[in-house]
Design a binder for this molecule. Sequence first.
Ligand code: PEP
Ligand code: MN
Length: 339
Amino acid sequence: MLIVMKVDATEREVADVVSVITELGYRPHPMPGAQRTAIGVTGNQGAVDASRFENMPGVAEAIRVSKPYKLTSLDLRPEKTVVRVGDAKIGGDELAIIAGPCAIESRAQTLAVAESVRRSGARFFRGGAYKPRTSPYSFQGLGEEGLKILAEVRDTYGFKIVTEAMDEHGLDVVERYADVIQLGARNMQNFSLLRHAGRARLPVLLKRGLAATLDEWLLAAEYIMAEGNYNVILCERGIRTFAQHTRNTLDLSAIPAVRRISHLPVIVDPSHGTGKNYMVTPLARAGVAVGADGLIVEVHDQPERALCDGAQALTLPQYEQLVNEVRAIHNAMSPAAVG
Ligand code: PEP
Ligand code: MN
């Protein structure tokens, strides 16, 4: 159920609807918009009785939602969500650039990459302290020590830090150091972790699962939002197909497809999406051209020595050139094309 308030509904009227939803044992999700406020209702097992709300003051209509997702959908919020991270934004007019190494390996490596990311003008710095690796014998990340290096980088350069949490305990630790919590492709359907992230106070960057449909991806976002955290950023990072010329198949059609059904910002990861250095820049350009709100890109000062994902890491000059190009593409696009 979705309760759409009249354009001139007062705060009191919204609050009254919220109280009734709570009294009925459901959870209200008020979403103030540019035109009107809509209130999503979750927690109901069967259908909610629309007549309970239809005649309340300030209510325009009570709509039964037939789609599996409610809070992520444009029905609830017709205008795009802009996720605010301090004084930076994802989903606004500016292209959001999140860049940094795959893994935080050392202070020296992190600072070398951070210098380049600063030169590029990007506002967000990435780097994994907890790494989901296919082999248990591969480098697993520095853990909290890595988070401390990231915190230093934030203090020195003013970046917003984006870093992955792999489990509930790790998420609590990440929350103490980061500005955005990344949930990785392998955890997209870790439902208890999604719920936990939904109770966190930081925005969540939710990667698409390795073989997830759009519905599954949006329902994963719905898990986070249903707990009250509405600051979710979707990230297309490629899916598993029969193709062998790339690590994953970057599904750029997902960007306009998500736009058509969801108000959430969506960004592209051309690094994991291709797995190959020479493909990252072309696919980053394409990701921006197709309307992404931003990019997350892996960069390394010495890719040949990287402990994780060296083959897809951009060198510092390659990365800085990429940022110039994608900004030019973004600036050439009309606001409508960006969604
Ligand atoms: C990452 O961004 O470091 C990462 C592990 O990505 P994904 O979850 O998309 O594989
Ligand atoms: Mn990586």
